[in-house]
Design a protein around this ligand. Structure first.
Ligand SMILES: C[S@@+](CC[C@H](N)C(=O)[O-])C[C@H]1O[C@@H](n2cnc3c(N)ncnc32)[C@H](O)[C@@H]1O
Length: 281
């Protein structure tokens, strides 16, 4: 599982310099070079020896190296073709345990690529991070094929994911992340850890699938929260008006329609989705 000592890898910064790789703002590139920090991140999913990991945006491969050092088989999707030669060297150094796919992660079916249980670990590009995250949370079949998500977000986004009901950060992302998963902020990462440093602080969210409440259509829950939080300052009777039966159903399950979305607990959203989907409470 260890790297071949006859082909030692030069330090990450040196490799990046040798390849003349500069960070592109358009691609959301903020690189991590601190190998100790990267090893701590790679340890968050638990023992990765022999496990499959899907990584979005390996860039110069700092996190990828740490995942490979931890013994994982890594499938990495990178949109920036400039990173490919460097990642190719990494694959060779770790006996082909790294597969690099040159594509947009939004166009990739990670389940099909992994072909079995896998972990998702990524320092996500901010421009597609939330879209990928909600996609991973929304499959109809549960538990999903992925066993854990270990994802770097801007701190503000991480706080929205774990926010409790009634707080300013509580919204659609919190409900989707919490109704059938266990999410926590595993680590805060100072902006100075990145090259170049972003304007804001970051944090790593660790999430594992939990039990799924019965009789709830994930697509309906997604739609309800989209409407509800789309107009979060409005009363539910106004924000949910466009969804047939939703407002009447609120009264039936004891949710006052004059409340706002941010006061509705995850359990209450789940109940609403269940009864609206035609199941019994
Ligand atoms: C924040 S950087 C992280 C780089 C590296 N993993 C690290 O931690 O140093 C995000 C990476 O995602 C890549 N990226 C941006 N959009 C992407 C997309 N749609 N699909 C795949 N990779 C993407 C960028 O090129 C960049 O390498």
């Amino acid at each position: 599982m260890t790297q071949d000592p006859s082909r030692p890898l030069p330090p990450l910064r040196e490799t990046v310099r040798a390849h003349g790789l500069s960070a592109s703002k358009a691609l959301g590139q903020n690189f991590l070079f601190d190998e100790q920090l990267l090893d701590r991140i790679a340890a968050l999913p638990g023992d990765l020896a022999g496990a499959t990991v899907f990584e979005v945006g390996p860039g110069p491969g700092g996190l990828t190296r740490a995942l490979l050092r931890a013994g994982a088989r890594v499938i990495a999707v990178e949109r920036d073709a400039r990173c490919l030669p460097l990642l190719g060297e990494l694959s060779a150094a770790f006996d082909g345990r790294l597969t690099v796919i040159s594509d947009d992660a939004m166009a990739i079916d990670a389940d099909a690529l992994a072909g079995g249980p896998y972990h998702i670990v990524a320092n996500l590009p901010y421009n597609v991070g939330t879209a990928l995250f909600t996609r991973w949370l929304e499959p109809p079949a549960w538990p999903p094929l992925w066993r854990s998500l270990t994802l770097m977000f801007q701190l503000e986004v991480a706080e929205r994911i774990v926010a409790p009901v009634g707080t300013g950060a509580y919204g659609r992302l919190a409900v989707l992340a919490q109704w059938r998963s266990n999410a926590r902020i595993a680590m805060k990462v100072h902006r100075s850890a990145f090259t170049p440093p972003p304007k804001v602080m970051s944090a790593i969210v660790h999430l594992t699938p939990g039990d799924q409440p019965e009789g709830v259509d994930p697509a309906l829950l997604s739609k309800l929260t989209e409407k509800g939080f789309g107009q979060r300052r409005k009363m539910l009777r106004q924000s949910l008006k466009g969804l047939p039966g939703a407002v009447e159903m609120l009264e039936r399950i004891g949710i006052d329609p004059t409340r706002r979305a941010e006061t509705v607990s995850v359990a209450e959203w789940v109940t609403l989705a269940r009864v609206l989907g035609g199941q019994s409470t």
